[in-house]
Every structure is written in structure tokens, then in C-alpha cells.
Design a binder for this molecule. Structure first.
Ligand code: HEC
Length: 131
């Protein structure tokens, strides 16, 4: 009974704390998806890449100019280059230009690394090692 009481007290506190957290910059499950897309490019396994790329885009909403204050302009620049590169990868993939699409995808991955470095330097980035 006592245990149940504790649970009732702790649960709402946990929920409230959860709500207080800043919204995440992107879905934290991103690395598995991003790395699996890269492996598929390497293996020339193109069957599901277009759908995967769409998922990747949906997991990272583009940063708004108002968010520049919170994250800083360097992080905003990386966000821009990430989305620009990803749009290009998707356009090339849509046309079946897989070689160029794969080369362009490397710029997407570089933006992950660059943005993590920039945001770590600004004091809020993810711990290493993350892609
Ligand atoms: C515009 C900046 C930016 C880009 C681009 C970006 N990230 Fe992140 N990432 C962050 C920040 C900032 C965090 C720290 C947590 C937060 O604020 O959401 C983070 C956290 C993470 C985490 C850790 C999540 C956790 O459990 O805390 C992973 C994994 C990750 N990113 C993977 C990726 C991958 C893979 C890509 C590229 C496909 C990518 N990120 C692109 C900024 C970025």
C-alpha cells in the first residue's frame, strides 16, 4: 500500500518534470536511421532508400529563424545545410541518380557531425560519441 502511495506521488512529479524539458532539436533515434541509409547507399540497396529519406526529413523539422536566439547562428547554419543537402539527396534519389545521391548524402552526415560539434561548443550538444 505504502509503495502504491509513493508511486502516486512520484508519477505526477515525473510527468511535470518531463514537460518542463526544452523541446528536443530532433528525434533522438536519428542515428540508427541515418547510418542505415548510409549502409544502403554503400551496398547499392536502393529499394527502400526513398522512404527512409522521407522519414529522416520528418524526424528533423527545419529550425525557425526565431530559434536563432536559443541555439545560436552557427547551429542554425548547420541546420540549413543539413536540410539543403537532404533535399538534394531526395531530389536525386527521386530521379534514380543513385551515385550522385549517395555522394550528396555524405554532406548530410557531415552536417550531423558539424552541428553536434557546434552545439557542444555552445554548451548544449549531445555527448560524444554520436555521429
Ligand atoms: C542543427 C543541429 C543538428 C543536426 C543537423 C543534427 N543534430 Fe543530432 N543533436 C543536436 C543537438 C543540439 C542534440 C542534443 C540534444 C537536443 O538538444 O535535442 C543532438 C542529439 C543527438 C543524439 C543524441 C540523442 C540523445 O539521446 O540525447 C543523436 C543520436 C543525434 N543527435 C544524431 C544525429 C544524426 C544521426 C544527425 C544527422 C542525420 C543529427 N543528429 C543531426 C543537433 C543536431
Amino acid at each position: 500500500m505504502r509503495r502504491l502511495l509513493w508511486l502516486c506521488l512520484l508519477l505526477p512529479a515525473g510527468l511535470l518534470l518531463g514537460q518542463d524539458e526544452e523541446p528536443r532539436i530532433h528525434d533522438p533515434e536519428l542515428d540508427e536511421l541515418a547510418v542505415s541509409i548510409y549502409s544502403k547507399f554503400l551496398a547499392e540497396d536502393y529499394e527502400t532508400i526513398r522512404a527512409d529519406l522521407r522519414k529522416l526529413r520528418d524526424a528533423c523539422s527545419e529550425m525557425k529563424v526565431e530559434e536563432r536566439e536559443r541555439y545560436g547562428s552557427l547551429v542554425l547554419d548547420y541546420d540549413r545545410s543539413f536540410h539543403r543537402a537532404l533535399d538534394r539527396v531526395r531530389a536525386l534519389a527521386a530521379r534514380g541518380e543513385w551515385d550522385d545521391s549517395g555522394i550528396q548524402y555524405e554532406w548530410v552526415m557531415r552536417s550531423c557531425v558539424g552541428c553536434h560539434r557546434a552545439s557542444r561548443e555552445a554548451g548544449f550538444g549531445p555527448p560524444v560519441p554520436v555521429p
